[in-house]
Design a protein around this ligand. Structure first.
Ligand code: UDP
Ligand code: MG
Length: 332
């Protein structure tokens, strides 16, 4: 099931026997990660013998490390362990930084991203697309609040951001080497990956899919987490929330001048005493709220500038075990 394909450039240069890397972030996935890696390996082996699977253990507190170790040698896994939980985006970056493939596939370790789609992703890449991104075809099962929030987020991004972030696209995607190299050039700490994928550009194509149910456990991204992610995206890719205050400030100033005129004229011509404390208290409270809110928005941006200037590394690697055979041609 693919969307109608946009025109391709005349020249496509894909290596004759490409190396494929798969990056799997894993946070508390002990229950199913071993089976998942075996299934992934089987899927990849059907396509090529030249592949690597990079598992990034993002500071799991369960037995994810032991579970991966049981199949690491058989599945030729490169196992990276971050020094603590840095979040999915950092875990993905750690994997992408080390992936050596001509194409790099990012997929979750909880079976939600269907492995059956990998051959289609790879063949779209072979035909010349530099990025094949999974798009959630059906969000009807999600709560109304989540759908409403997501809709609002994309509307805001579409209105103001110079880049166009495809709706309902996630981290399930294939990246060509050129995209990987481009992503690695972006120095920011605040890595809103969906935005970064769109920012780098290149020929991209959507591949609709329906996420499967989580194999076990619960999603790490609750509504609050999604809200934080949306805020990260908005502050990283648009300055609309900052600029909107100039407009609001102007409107309030004009309104207050008009009101001052009205009060003056009313007193001069009708001799009415100036209205009392109610107007004063309400307007004081209202405008204090407006001011605090605008300072808060400034703070959001300032906080992010502060994060960026500290230039801390995105993640720290505690362990890096390569179970892959160095000569891929000998892999059976
Ligand atoms: N993940 C991670 N670090 C985190 C949270 C999640 O590496 O701090 C991984 C997780 O193991 C899974 C993927 O990111 O492979 C997606 O996470 P999850 O299933 O919790 O989120 P959802 O599917 O709801 O987006
Ligand atoms: Mg999931």
């Amino acid at each position: 099931m693919t969307l109608s394909l946009p025109p391709l450039p005349a020249k496509q240069t894909r290596p004759a026997s490409p190396k494929i890397s798969c990056v799997v972030p894993a946070y508390n996935e002990a229950k199913h990660i071993a089976n998942f890696l075996i299934d992934l390996q089987t899927t990849l082996a059907a396509f090529t013998s030249n592949y690597e699977i990079i598992v990034v253990n993002d500071g799991s507190t369960d037995n994810t490390a032991e579970a991966v170790a049981t199949v690491a040698a058989d599945c030729a896994v490169r196992y990276l362990s971050l020094s603590r939980n840095f979040g999915k985006e950092a875990a993905l970056s750690a994997g992408i930084d080390r992936a050596k493939g001509d194409a790099v596939i990012l997929l979750d370790g909880d079976y939600q991203h269907p492995l059956e789609l990998l051959p289609e992703m790879l063949s779209l890449w072979q035909t010349g697309y530099d990025m094949v991104y999974g798009v959630i075809a059906d969000r009807r099962h999600e709560s109304l609040l989540k759908r409403w929030g997501t809709g609002l987020f994309y509307n805001l991004m579409e209105r103001d951001s110079v880049i166009n972030i495809p709706r309902n696209a996630g981290d399930f995607r294939l990246l060509d080497r050129c995209v990987v190299d481009a992503l690695r050039q972006l120095p920011e700490r605040n890595r809103f990956m969906k935005g970064l994928y769109a920012w780098v550009g290149y020929k991209s194509i959507a591949l609709p899919f329906t996420p499967l149910d989580r194999a076990s456990g619960v999603s790490s991204f609750r509504l609050r987490g999604l809200g934080k992610l949306a805020l990260a995206g908005i502050t990283a890719f648009t300055t609309l929330p900052l600029r909107v205050w100039s407009g609001i400030g102007a409107v309030i100033s004009i309104a207050s001048i008009l009101y001052a005129l009205y009060v003056m004229l009313e007193t001069l011509f009708f001799g009415n005493p100036t209205p009392g404390w109610a107007t004063l208290t309400v307007s004081l409270m209202f405008f204090s709220g407006v001011q605090l809110f605008s300072i808060g928005i400034l703070g959001e941006y300032l906080g992010r500038v502060y994060e960026e200037v500290k230039m801390r590394p995105l993640y720290l690697i505690a362990e890096d075990l390569d179970h892959g055979r160095t000569d891929a041609a000998t892999r059976t």
